[in-house]
Design a protein around this ligand. Sequence first.
Ligand code: ASP
Ligand code: MG
Length: 592
Amino acid sequence: MSLIVQKFGGTSVADCEKIVAAARKAIRAQKQGHQVVMVVSAMGKNTDVLVDLARQINDHPPAREMDMLLSTGEQVSVALMAMAIHSLGAKAVSLTGAQIGIKTDSTHTKARIISIETERVKELLDAGNIVIAAGFQGIDENLNITTLGRGGSDTTAVALAAVLDADACEIYTDVDGVYTTDPRLLAEARRVLQISYDEMLELASLGAGVMHSRSVEFAKKFGVPIHVRSSFSDITGTMIVDQPESNTRPVGGAAMTKNEARVTIEGVPDVPGISHELFHSIASKAISVDMIVQDIGADGRANISFTVPRDELEQTLDAVRSASDILKYENVRHDEEVSKISVVGLGMAEQSGVADKMFRVLADNKINIQMITTSEIKISVLVAREDAQRALAAVHSGFLLDVTPDDAPESVAAVSREREHDAAEVVSRLRTMEDLTIDSIVLDDSQSVIALRRVPDHPGIAARVFEAIAAEGILVDMIVQNVGRGDAANLSLTVPKSDSEQALVVAKRIGDELGAEEILCKADAAKLSVSGIGLRSHTGVGIRMFRALSDAGINVELINTSEVMVNVIVEGKQGQAGLDVLNKAFADVLLD
Ligand code: ASP
Ligand code: MG
């Protein structure tokens, strides 16, 4: 018999009428022959109300007591849901996280799931009950109640679907699916019927509030198909699965992160250990760094830029200044009027031309790019905040996101439910269900770095360079643009070694036209990539990587990061040594 998990968020159980409507959905699914597990959030804004109550009593409430308090929200809704189902004539049993046996670590208010028992739930289902699980909560080894972090009911739902080997996990919410970009920001946003886990992870980290990031990481790790749909209608929503919506379109979504701040540290000694020191001191203040760009050093000095949420700028600058003895930088600058525009697409990994298209669209709209970072499936640019809305619109239409691709699935039923992963097998390899898992550490020493240094900054630089290189049929892999002194742009890219001479000729020609001060080629470069699941929610993967390399005396020349991968470029002859130290550094979390 098939089993489905149905999760109802706060807005979907905000009042008694809505609770009854949700109960009907579950009963209908049961009547269609499924076993049904419901996961329910606290009613409406009840969790916020509880948080507020706590603050009125104590400015710094103990985390353990916070969990004791917050978990009550879900306890109310599961009980009411069970009563609603009974009144409609079906059988239901509500269970708290502890009663199910959702074991977590003891990190109160943001606990991670260690394991989940399935026996009791299965028995209740077999006896014909709809099982109603309280979302967002668990229990630690000392029987303390824990919660999984705000929005954590999604994670409960997907984790339950994983251990119960459910056929589907339906997330009922107040939006009717996932859109190509936030429809509140752009009217042209289009609802998609399907999106891949990796794209969803990137978009979630870019602020698409549809799903809790950790739940998507779970779904990917255990191969759970997620169906995001509206609780107020019966229309099909969006399936989050392995495959993207289209195999012909390289871009599946776009996002704007509006309130960013950029910090540029100029003239840091280009020696091993600097990135580690820098990001370590920032991470120790629990600030999450976003775009990180380090360009190739000249005169033994490099510039590092990164972005942080605008409201964390002051703290970040404090952290940087307090590390000035170690960092020995020449100058620190910042700009708090910036926004990030990103495009995400699984198809980018295979198709070229995405970067030059993005840069061309922005250039045609006279939008200046301050910073660029790329990963296999994402390109992000930093622009002035006053240009951000225009940039988003330009990129969205430039990649035809408003038009349904010809090869898009016509209905979610057509989505393949084939399971790539065997959940039980994955679980057996993990110490805890939410472990960081690194699935590969790879050395690629077939690339060269080309750098254009100190190009006078104006719109269209990146477009010119990439079009010229693409015209030669040269495939660019990593792209990094940083802000140099006096706002000049430093642009670095990697190309296959066999094309490096040709690429250098092109770079020299365009560089001269643009007034670049210097054009370099480091013919012998090595790219080291660490990829896995949980890179975002387990901060510190980059830090672990930088530390391992710096301890081995290996200098990092370029960096780029995404939700699923961190890449660095080091000198070619250090590639193998770098690979060895990374394998050691991640041995405890490396799968296979
Ligand atoms: N009730 C919790 C919250 O508001 C968990 C959830 O809704 O997912 O964060
Ligand atoms: Mg919620």
